[in-house]
Design a protein around this ligand. Structure first.
Ligand code: F6P
Length: 362
């Protein structure tokens, strides 16, 4: 145990995600109850270290009632990299390095260590601070589930619930109107939300960045259903899919994309099949609102484990879930290694086995 810790900071960086408040609560309660430390909330990503007057104390009262709340009580930003912070100078945007200032402000705040909660980008910044000697540990966050050093990031399960619920609702209206419903979900360059929600939501077509597809094959699957007497279809599209060069009628798609993947694909299906198509872009609904029980539990375990890492003096590490156990890995192992869907993995296999098509380009 390191006895020289008195005060720790906590920051949430990057896009928000359900469960952030659960991690903050876990950190605050464990730090105070187990070790008697003071906890400071660093507001809006790392901005609170550039402007320390914006930081605020987090005591037990401050985190009361926040476990079911979405968002983050200390705010976040996905634009605040203190090593390359964008500022306006003489009417021009320039990048400045505020990292030394952040470290000085940590000392002024008497902050002995900090927990950084974030995705790949934010944890990369935490690693840069670690390499400058800052005592820092990390917690993996993302609805995209795209960090390979952990089995699951918190936030993913909630996003999955939202996407699956949307598919269940689209299912009934698609069936009534004999329509093709296209749902575009988030996930950045990974297809996890689309794949999991697609299977859980009993869709007919799943399109993900990891599996190149053609619109001919997608339309063919929809036509086959028609022939079998099923006049409606559900298509889930990951926002990051790589669009094929041509639509199902041989027309090239605009490059770069002028519309979202879901809209382009929906329009192309309508043009090629003559079916009535509707497109829903789920967007930030997946990121907001109350976290699922799974995410609340994972967030709490991650928060407590981060405090334990600090207590043991194990800095430069990120907590993670391996199987059923909370463990940790070094930042170097955690950042920059992307978790993408394995096209040959068991989940894609299961989806194919039950008749879901990925529109594979062969
Ligand atoms: O990484 C989380 C995520 O929600 C992605 O799924 C999505 O592509 C992106 O963030 C959206 O970012 P923003 O909130 O900046 O629009």
């Amino acid at each position: 145990m390191t006895s020289n810790i008195r005060t720790i900071g906590v920051s949430t960086g990057g896009g928000d995600c359900p469960g952030l408040n659960g991690v903050i609560r876990g950190i605050v309660r464990a730090a105070i109850n187990e070790f008697g430390w003071r906890v400071i909330g660093i507001t809006n990503g790392f901005d609170g270290l550039i402007w320390p007057e914006r930081c605020r104390d987090l005591d037990i009262e401050a985190v009361s009632g926040i476990l079911p709340r979405g968002g983050t009580i200390i705010g976040t930003t996905n634009r605040g990299n203190p090593f390359a912070y964008e500022v306006a100078e003489n009417g021009q945007k320039v990048c400045r390095d505020f990292s030394r200032q952040c470290i000085e402000n940590m000392k002024r705040l008497r902050m002995d260590a900090m927990v950084v909660i974030g995705g790949d980008g934010t944890l990369g910044i935490a690693n840069q601070f670690h390499k400058l000697g800052v005592k820092v540990v990390g917690v993996p966050k993302s609805i995209d589930n795209d960090l390979s050093a952990t089995d699951v990031t918190f936030g993913f399960d909630t996003a999955l619930h939202v996407a699956t619920d949307a598919l269940d609702r689209l299912h009934t209206t698609a069936e009534s109107h004999h329509r093709v419903m296209v749902l575009e979900v988030m996930g950045r360059d990974a297809g996890w939300i689309a794949l999991h929600a697609g299977i859980a939501g009993a869709v007919h077509v799943i399109l993900i960045p990891e599996i190149p597809f053609t619109l001919e094959n997608v339309c063919e699957a929809i036509r086959r259903r028609e022939i079998a007497g099923r006049q409606f279809s559900l298509v889930v599209v990951a926002e990051g899919v790589r669009m094929p060069e041509k639509d199902a009628l041989g027309e090239p798609f605009p490059v770069p994309r002028t519309q979202s993947a879901g809209v382009l694909i929906g329009n192309a299906i309508q043009a090629a099949t003559g079916k009535d198509v509707r497109v829903t872009i789920l967007g930030h609904v997946q990121r907001g609102g109350t976290p699922s029980p799974f995410d609340r539990l994972l967030a709490t375990r991650y928060g407590v484990a981060a405090v334990d890492l600090i207590a043991r003096g194990e800095f430069g590490r990120m907590v993670c879930l391996h199987g059923t156990k909370i463990e940790s890995v070094t930042f170097d192992d955690a950042v920059g290694s992307y978790n993408r869907v394995d096209p040959l993995g068991d989940k894609v296999h299961a989806a194919r086995a039950i008749g879901i098509t990925f529109g594979d380009q062969v």
